[in-house]
Ligand binder design. Structure first.
Ligand code: GLP
Length: 242
């Protein structure tokens, strides 16, 4: 594990974007694993800028998103389909057939998760996976208790996660109770992982995930067993590390 402490959120975003840009230049057919949330917003902004200035093209890139809420339409502004369209997909030359996001409205959820895993196998797995971290240590929507070998599946969201995401829904009560998420086993198979965390509200969970016991209580702690993990933190998120 390599830990990089950036001066601030801007530098964190720039470093993450540079890693993605290097990856796409080295391998135009790169398979990216992508997160949502507040943390990667400026990373996406930098990737769009890199595309606009012709530093990279997404023409041969495939993307697999980590998660989606159960029950939301693909056009629902609170869902992750809309998030990805708004922040990245509509602004670069990624082919729609190469964008993969779990369908939260699928009538057969098991089939939907199996389909996602099969598509991922078909392209040879994720080359570079970017992750954020939830305040309870979740990655994707793998909440505490998730097993290290878990596959893509439906999960029940924790109260902490529903509270954290209340801002997008008006209140915690309106946040869907369930979500679909790439499993931890699926995440661990990525060839390279970059974990991002910024802000002082992530400092405590970053400390537990990176220096506490490796356990299902803090799903992000499993990442330390990955052979190619880079953690990029800003100073505030790193402030509780020794
Ligand atoms: C959500 C997403 C996660 C994300 C986490 C942190 O619950 N499902 O993939 O990493 O929140 O979000 P933020 O970056 O807004 O703190």
């Amino acid at each position: 594990m390599e830990i990089i402490i950036a001066k601030n959120y801007r530098e964190l975003s720039r470093l993450a974007a540079e890693a993605v840009i290097r990856q796409i230049r080295r391998k135009p057919r790169t398979v990216l694993g992508l997160p949502t949330g507040h943390t990667p917003i400026e990373l996406y902004h930098d990737l769009v800028a890199a595309y606009q200035t012709k530093k990279i093209s997404f023409r041969y890139v495939s993307t697999f998103n980590l998660d989606e809420y159960v029950g939301l339409n693909q056009t629902d502004p609170r869902g992750y389909h809309s998030y990805m369209r708004k922040n990245l997909f509509s602004k670069v030359d990624l082919k729609p057939e190469n964008e993969h996001i779990l369908d939260g409205r699928a009538s057969n959820v098991k089939k939907e998760c199996a389909r996602f895993e099969a598509q991922l196998r078909k392209v040879g797995g994720i080359d570079l996976l970017i992750l954020g971290i939830g305040k309870d240590g979740h990655i994707g929507f793998n909440e505490p208790g998730s097993k290290i070998n878990s596959k893509t599946r439906t999960v029940k969201l924790s109260e902490s996660t529903r509270r954290a995401n209340a801002k997008y829904f008006g209140s915690a009560a309106k946040v869907p109770r369930r979500a679909l998420t790439m499993g931890i086993g699926t995440i661990m198979q990525a060839k390279k992982i970059i974990l991002l965390a910024h802000g002082k509200e992530k400092a405590a969970i970053v400390k537990q995930a990176l220096s506490g016991k490796i356990s299902a209580k803090i799903p992000a702690s499993f990442l330390r067993q990955h052979r190619n993990l880079i953690v990029i933190l800003d100073k505030a998120a790193a402030s509780k590390l020794k």
